[in-house]
Design a protein around this ligand. Structure first.
Ligand SMILES: Nc1ncnc2c1ncn2[C@@H]1O[C@H](COP(=O)(O)OP(=O)(O)OP(=O)(O)O)[C@@H](O)[C@H]1O
Ligand SMILES: Nc1ccn([C@@H]2O[C@H](COP(=O)(O)O)[C@@H](O)[C@H]2O)c(=O)n1
Length: 203
């Protein structure tokens, strides 16, 4: 079984997917972490993030370890996970994610993972796992998402909101919900409320 949970930036995909996966006793996969890892390695190498030829050679040791408790991304023996959610990675990741060669590489990593799993991202239900039997798409207003993210990062809410809105714009191409996805506005719901809503649909 594969459950896909897509949605816009900071809509709660990772937190919700982790909760659903733990309730189901299966791993969850955070596809965004792979795009973030490519971006981080590109930044650290001083590479042009718009050049796939400069990025692909950096990826030979990269692998995603999907655990029900949370994903880890390794570059050979180096755990990159702690450095993947930074403002500099947020700023560059959409440039990287726009590259077909990088999307092809990420898609291959994801499809090589064994089911059952919960997969979260932007295009899990449309492109990576189009035949998944259970698809969900999370939304919330930019302001609500910024307020939630502000609890994680010492930045002001208007600045976060502007950055999220810009990332939504840059991600438009790959972020449309699948026609058969259930769309959930998470604004009025608690995190547990979103998890419970999805679990109810899976019963
Ligand atoms: N329904 C909710 N109510 C309150 N807080 C929430 C809700 N959903 C998620 N959060 C909180 O909002 C923040 C962002 O959630 P999360 O990181 O899961 O979003 P995301 O979509 O994975 O973000 P990104 O796209 O940046 O990876 C987290 O602090 C999370 O705990
Ligand atoms: N399936 C996906 C997942 C992510 N992206 C790109 O990666 C960025 C980071 O994703 P997060 O879920 O960690 O925020 C995101 O802004 C997209 O640019 C993607 O294209 N497809």
């Amino acid at each position: 079984m594969i459950v896909t949970i897509d949605g816009v930036a900071a809509s709660g995909k990772s937190s919700v997917s982790s909760g659903v996966a733990q309730a189901l006793g299966v791993p969850y996969v955070s596809s965004g972490l792979l795009y973030r890892a490519v971006t981080l390695l590109g930044l650290e190498a001083g590479a042009d993030l718009a050049q796939p030829g400069a990025l692909l050679p950096l990826l030979s040791g990269v692998r995603l370890e999907p655990l029900a408790s949370g994903n880890r991304v390794w570059n050979a023996v180096h755990d990159l996970t702690a450095d993947l959610h930074s403002t500099r990675v947020d700023t560059g990741v959409s440039v990287v994610a726009a590259l077909p060669e990088i999307r092809e590489w990420v898609d291959a990593q994801l499809r090589a993972l064994p089911a059952p799993l919960v997969a979260e991202g932007r295009d899990m239900g449309t492109n990576v796992f189009p035949h998944a039997p259970h698809k969900f798409y999370l939304t919330a207003s930019p302001r609500v998402r910024a307020e939630r993210r502000a609890r994680e990062r010492p930045e002001d809410i208007p600045a976060i909101e502007a950055a999220l809105t810009e990332r939504d714009r840059q991600d438009t191409t790959q972020s449309a919900p699948a026609p058969d996805a259930r769309i959930i506005d998470t604004g009025p719901l608690t995190l547990q409320g979103v998890i419970d809503t999805i679990l109810e649909h899976l019963r």
